[in-house]
Design a protein around this ligand. Structure first.
Ligand code: ASP
Length: 327
């Protein structure tokens, strides 16, 4: 009887041993998203507003992480997470995009595959509900990397993608913001761009960014979000990055690629590389904003030089976190 009992225990222990290595050696997955730097001032952030931002960020994380958990690709996760943010009126991408000086909407987006450095982007599109998906189509269904304006829209029609009226993007809040910016200044602060970076089980990194740009922008202005190396970059050798902030500065300092390069050629950690660029390069120039990033081990980093950045992540242990200010 006693012998049988001991044997039973032994076999339980053996089973546990054979199961656990497979579990612990499972490659890490990770996801990080942002809903833009230039958050609402803390005094204007009511508990109800905070709740609605947190709810959409959480929904976006769950959508992307659900894909990664099932063994899906980092590209699919990035696209799914960004869709949720584009479809929400709270952020400056898709529905809720900011207004140009002329009272229209011109949207930019980009996506990059860290496995093979394939990339796709669109700039100044006016009738595309989910610009991140058109950027992905540019990457996967054309020989080009960046398509702009009416050409990008013609490509969408060629693919049979549905179009929306400009009125689809309207939100009262962004309209009021345009009036305020026109009264007070030439250009608004960056506000509410969205992005996502993911690492999948196969070890592939992907990054994407989508935006309405800057309120009151003029003359076909394009920011950093659709510029590979500025607003978006992914390379399995080191990291994936999505940026948000005053795009002109991010283009001039090639922020996303600079972070990658400091890691790849300078042996910096992701945190060192990100902080050097955001605090050491951008801030002294007056470039406000931040980045989200993941390295090839699944380490997540968020770095910003203003008061806040809407952001959230699910780390390699499966822990979900959503934050707005420095907290
Ligand atoms: N980076 C975007 C742009 O300059 C704005 C933002 O991040 O909110 O177009």
């Amino acid at each position: 009887m006693l012998k049988q009992f001991t044997l039973g225990l032994c076999s339980v222990a053996l089973i546990a041993l054979t199961i656990s290595p497979a579990q612990t050696h499972e490659a890490p997955i990770a996801l990080v998203i942002h809903g833009g730097a230039g958050t609402l001032e803390k005094s204007q952030m009511t508990p109800a507003r905070r709740k609605s931002y947190e709810a959409v960020l959480t929904q976006s994380l769950q959508a992307g992480h659900g894909i990664l958990k099932k063994g899906g690709s980092s590209l699919d996760a990035v696209e799914a997470s960004i869709h949720i943010l584009e479809d929400s009126p709270l952020f400056n991408a898709g529905k809720g995009a900011v207004f140009t000086h002329d009272g229209t909407h011109e949207l930019d987006a980009s996506i990059m595959n860290g496995q093979n450095l394939a990339a796709g982007a669109v700039a100044g599109v006016k009738h595309i509900q989910n610009p991140i998906s058109l950027a992905r189509a540019v990457m996967e269904k054309s020989p080009h990397v960046l398509m702009a304006g009416s050409g990008a829209e013609a490509f969408a029609s060629f693919l049979g993608m549905p179009k929306v009226e400009q009125s689809y993007f309207f939100t009262q809040e962004k309209w009021d913001l345009l009036q305020e910016v026109k009264r007070e200044a030439e250009q608004a602060k960056p506000f509410g761009t969205v992005g996502a970076v993911a690492l999948d089980r196969a070890g592939n990194l992907a990054a994407g960014t989508s935006t309405g740009g800057m309120t009151n922008k003029r003359f076909g202005r394009v920011g950093d979000s659709p510029i590979i190396g500025a607003g978006t970059y992914a390379n399995n050798k080191a990291c994936g990055v999505s940026a948000t902030g005053h795009g002109e500065y991010f283009i001039r300092t090639a922020v996303a690629h600079d972070i990658f390069a400091r890691m790849a050629y300078g042996n910096k950690s992701l945190k060192q590389a990100a902080d050097e660029v955001i605090m050491g390069v951008l801030k002294p120039m007056g470039g406000e904003g931040g980045i989200i990033a993941i390295d090839k081990q699944g380490q997540i980093e968020t770095s910003f030089n203003g008061d806040g950045m809407y952001r959230g992540w699910v780390d390699s242990k499966g822990q979900l976190m959503v934050k707005i200010y420095r907290e």
